[in-house]
Design a protein around this ligand. Structure first.
Ligand SMILES: *[C@@H]1O[C@H](CO)[C@@H](O)[C@H](O)[C@H]1NC(C)=O
Length: 179
């Protein structure tokens, strides 16, 4: 093998082994039960018990994943493609003054402009916030575009895959300011 091929392979290996990274395009603040949920936290839906859930994120093993944060209990529920779990420390998405967050209908892993990533997986894929109506709630789930489905699993409920879902999108606020 020549040197160039070796270098290309080595670079590829490095690129593939990059640690997961947190999204920095949006503003995320650390949270647990000791912190009051900020006024500008972004609502994502409600869980099967009727609790509102805020858009959050957690690190699970090596991946950054979207989470359903229940303020009353300081619990962040999340799922991978296979399991569901919960943790008591998380980040919460907040809307800073130049951006508003809206849920828009989407499908099949289509890339929507302004779609909100929470971070990346250890395989360097971006992970986005999706949601769907299921199991008596509106549940925030995990979207990796190449999977083409929004994956949701809440506690012991069945794993759900949706090819039609909503994605969270950041939109600049460009209205006129009156004094
Ligand atoms: C929340 O985090 C802060 C800062 O790390 C810590 O001091 C506090 O004990 C935590 N509270 C809970 C309920 O985990």
């Amino acid at each position: 093998m020549n040197k160039v091929a070796c270098l290309v392979l080595a670079l590829f290996a490095v690129a593939y082994a990059v640690p997961s990274t947190y999204d920095t395009e949006n503003v995320w603040v650390a949270g647990n039960l000791s912190y009051v949920i900020p006024d500008n936290a972004v609502l994502g839906g409600f869980d099967p018990y009727g609790f509102n859930t805020y858009v959050g994120r957690v690190k699970y093993i090596n991946d950054i994943l979207p989470a359903r944060v229940v303020a009353e209990t300081g619990t962040a529920y999340f799922n991978t493609q296979t399991i569901s779990s919960k943790v008591l420390n998380y980040d919460i998405l907040v809307a800073d003054r130049n951006v508003k967050y809206v849920w828009v209908r989407s499908f099949d892993g289509f890339y929507e402009k302004g779609i909100v990533a929470v971070g990346t997986t250890v395989k360097n894929e971006r992970v986005f916030c999706c949601r769907a109506k299921t199991d008596g709630g509106v549940l925030i789930g995990t979207l990796i575009l190449s999977d083409k489905v929004c994956i949701i699993k809440h506690e012991t409920l069945a794993l759900r895959k949706f090819d039609k879902y909503e994605v969270l999108v950041a939109q600049p606020i460009n209205g006129t300011i009156y004094y």
